[in-house]
Design a protein around this ligand. Structure first.
Ligand code: SF4
Length: 274
């Protein structure tokens, strides 16, 4: 049964799904179909990487709360051990201010609800700087241009401006005071930082409003399949779309216009886990 549009919760991940492929959005968020096919091969390797990503996020969350975290041993846990070493060495997000780990921001766009769970938000607490940090355990470091186009880079800062006042001592958060920083656990030297602005905020508001309105008004069955068939190799709905039955290999994802087979699942997890 198709979900009522009015009950939809929009997120960076669901909007990204719509932008990448309208049909994927429909199958995933309106028809709520479970994963009928393997997203990427080898399956065990993909699942292990995803589970490691979840564990790493939980460890960083515990650390942010001041709880003890035991360092993973290398043997059998090489990825997490490496990510944790990089985290301890580089300490991303180490700026002064009030810290909010795994914080969910809830706002609205038109009559719809828009949510984002941020790995870490640090605010000055007096209406000053407000920074969002996001930890990535992806195998690939994407270009700045690719990241700038992601819905996450638009939705998270937008929501911090519109719904972040309780984190900033009750004062409105000005777009100019917001930054969004991505830290890659496997490429730890330099965070990718995006400064926000009044102009970008207005552009994002118009863009997100239009996108949500388009989704709310679209007839069931009128959600088009993507014309970029590279998307389909890593999509669990291939069989519904007659777009092949062989899963893409996780080693074959260097092209930036193809989806990261692990990113979606991790983003889903981050949005619902805390
Ligand atoms: S298989 Fe391709 S067309 Fe079908 S939902 Fe997935 S990405 Fe879209």
């Amino acid at each position: 049964m198709t979900k009522a549009r009015g009950s939809l919760l929009f997120s960076a991940h669901s909007l990204q799904a719509y932008v990448d492929c309208e049909r994927r959005f429909e199958l995933s968020y309106l028809e709520e179909l479970e994963w009928p096919a393997v997203e990427s091969e080898p399956l065990l390797e993909s699942e292990r990487h995803m589970a490691d990503g979840r564990r790493f996020h939980e460890m960083v969350h515990r650390d942010a709360l001041g709880l003890a975290v035991s360092a993973p041993r290398d043997e059998g846990d090489e990825d997490i051990a490496r990510w944790w070493r990089n985290y301890e060495t580089h300490r991303p997000g180490k700026v002064s201010g009030d810290r909010f780990s795994e914080k969910t921001l809830v706002g609205s766009i038109r009559e719809a609800t828009l949510v984002a769970t941020c790995d870490l938000i640090v605010t000055a607490g007096d209406g000053g700087r407000a920074r969002i940090f996001d930890w990535k355990t992806w195998r690939q470091r994407h270009s700045r241009e690719w990241l700038a186009r992601r819905m996450q880079t638009r939705v998270y800062p937008y929501l911090l401006v519109t719904a972040g006042a309780p984190l900033a001592g009750g004062k409105a958060v000005a777009p100019e005071d917001v930054e969004m920083a991505y830290w890659y656990a496997d490429f730890p030297e330099k965070e990718e930082v995006f400064a926000y602005s009044e102009g970008q905020f207005r552009e994002d508001e118009a863009y997100l409003t239009g996108l949500v309105q388009e989704i709310l008004e679209r007839e069931a069955g009128a959600f088009e399949r993507t014309t970029n068939e590279k998307q389909c190799s890593f999509c669990a709905y291939r069989s519904f779309c007659d777009r092949g039955d062989v899963a893409g290999h996780s080693d074959d994802e260097p092209e930036e216009d193809a989806p990261n087979p692990l990113a979606g699942s991790l983003d889903d997890y981050e949005e619902i886990a805390f």
